[in-house]
Write a protein that binds this ligand. Sequence first.
Ligand SMILES: [Zn+2]
Ligand SMILES: [Zn+2]
Length: 266
Amino acid sequence: MTLSITHLGSGSGGNATLLATAESRILIDCGFSGRQLERRLGLLEMKPTDLDAILISHHHSDHSKGALIANRKWGIPLMMNFETCAKLGLDPVNECKLFEALDLIEMGPDLSILPVPVNHDGADNVGFIASHLGERAAVVTDLGSWSDELARHLKGCVHISIEANYDSNRLWNGPYPERLKQRIAGRGGHLSNRQTAELLSHVVTNHTRSVVLCHLSAQNNAPHMAESEVLLEIDDFFEGDISISTQEGPEFSHYLGQAEPERVPI
Ligand SMILES: [Zn+2]
Ligand SMILES: [Zn+2]
């Protein structure tokens, strides 16, 4: 069994991504209630107690609100960096295990995770690069802007799950208050379809088999807009598959190295 990547749901209403190998099962972020987590894992014939750990990218509630519940109810260990732990008001000794950006975490014999720094919210937020038997998969949402350092980590990944949050025209002509528009479009907000397309044009190679666009804004984006803007930049050299993850997952699983996702039976 290779590494599988399954979004249980993605967007401002909650985020969680399951990474599973023969030996390890971890969740990246837990922005769903305990009941929702149980239901969504159930669609994959899994239980919360099957999880080895939950890694949290940052404190925003769409990534963290179910984490403590999952820890208390099912004893799932939580892992995050110190700043996220502090912002969530957790005890860094008894309630979570701390990691530091760029320190490789061995989750099991066939899965390691590298937290990489990202600009979102101007705090100490991270994205994650998973390594399985020499190949890598990225799960990086909530970026705001991207750095050369992030691009270096993404380059060569066989799978990339990345945010494509908003279409610039929709955001700026839409109903959000001016300050919120500024925050979303700012360095610590989210990536526009255009920014995501630009970043992917630098990091997608013929080695990349699958890309999932995540965390689309329901108000300021649409799947066809995100997909067409990204394809415009990478279609000439990308030979893999592009999928869109929505709020109502899990819809499909990617198996590392295999382009086409497998649908989750309803
Ligand atoms: Zn966020
Ligand atoms: Zn978010």
